[in-house]
Design a protein around this ligand. Structure first.
Ligand SMILES: [Mn+2]
Length: 302
């Protein structure tokens, strides 16, 4: 028998459940997805033969309420276990196969579940703590630089190489730390990010939206650092918007009385109180083209 894991492609909280399963004596398949791809994927597999799988795990992601009700009625319901921690998905916890806990991250919830069955070594628990610190933005107040470094290493390595690197470290039963090579590439990357943010900062556009002061940059890269640097540097701004025209629109705030997930929700997105997002739609792309090239008619096959 096998397991199927569906998780979030975007960060170390999404990919670390794969590392955890690799450390267990089981066979599994995995699929990494963006938030907006999840419902289509689950709808697709629900009509396939899922009897080959013992469990279908979904981590750091959660299907829509409509889809959860469909899973609840499906013959495969018993196989589903969902572990998420996004504030916008709290209502999903009414289903007994869904665990939502805002104080944990996807990886730590999945770790707690797997640990009762497979009893991980201490170094795995230690690694999961770093993932949690980074994903819940606790690393700064805890001064957990290693957590931050792991996130940066993921950005440089990409999913496959990151998973492999961390798996090798954990499997050889050592505590995760960075070797000299990894430290050097992180240093180079850090300098690159600083230059990038400086450049984008000069191009920041500020505006009023409802009662909020907003700072906005067009940026494809390093959005979590950028949001944090700009929100800290410009405390009069209520939140920072980062627009990636080929990806999504991210919102970031450092104000305690601000909840950007409510703003993201208005645009069909979601996320956390301090960091949320929504997609950059095809309509928005068409709108930009038609605003630049007045009178343009878009081809139908776009
Ligand atoms: Mn997460």
């Amino acid at each position: 028998m096998k397991e199927l894991l569906v998780s979030h492609i975007g960060d170390i909280d999404g990919v670390s459940p794969i590392i955890l399963l690799k450390l267990c004596p089981i066979e599994f398949h995995y699929q990494l997805l963006e938030n907006h791809e999840l419902d289509d994927y689950i709808n697709k597999i629900l009509v396939e033969d899922l009897s080959v799988y013992d469990h279908i795990y979904i981590t750091d992601l959660c299907p829509s309420m409509d889809l959860l009700s469909k899973i609840d009625k499906s013959c495969y319901k018993e196989k589903f276990r969902i572990f998420d921690h996004h504030v916008s998905r709290v209502e999903a916890s009414q289903y007994d196969f869904v665990t939502i806990n805002l104080k944990e991250c996807g990886t730590s919830l999945f770790y707690q579940y797997l640990n009762t069955k497979y009893n991980f070594e201490e170094n795995v628990k230690n690694y999961v703590g770093h993932v949690r610190d980074l994903d819940l933005w606790l690393w700064q107040e805890k001064q957990n630089i290693l957590a931050k470094n792991l996130g940066d290493l993921f950005t440089i390595y990409g999913c496959e190489q990151y998973i492999d690197t961390i798996y090798q470290k954990l499997n050889s039963n050592i505590r995760v730390s960075l070797n000299t090579f990894e430290q050097k590439i992180l240093q180079l990357e850090k300098e690159r990010i600083e230059r990038y943010i400086e450049k984008k900062e000069k191009m920041m556009i500020t505006f009023q939206y409802e009662n909020y002061h907003v700072g906005c940059v067009f940026s494809e890269l390093y959005r979590s650092e950028m949001g944090n640097v700009l929100a800290t540097k410009y405390p009069h701004l209520d939140f920072i918007v980062m627009i990636n025209s080929s990806g999504g629109i991210s919102l970031r705030t450092i104000k305690n009385d601000m909840d950007v997930s409510l703003i993201a929700k208005k645009f069909g997105g979601g996320g956390h109180k301090a960091a949320s997002g929504f997609s950059f739609s095809d309509e928005m792309r068409s709108f930009i083209i038609q605003n630049i090239f007045k009178g343009a008619i878009l081809d139908e096959n776009n």
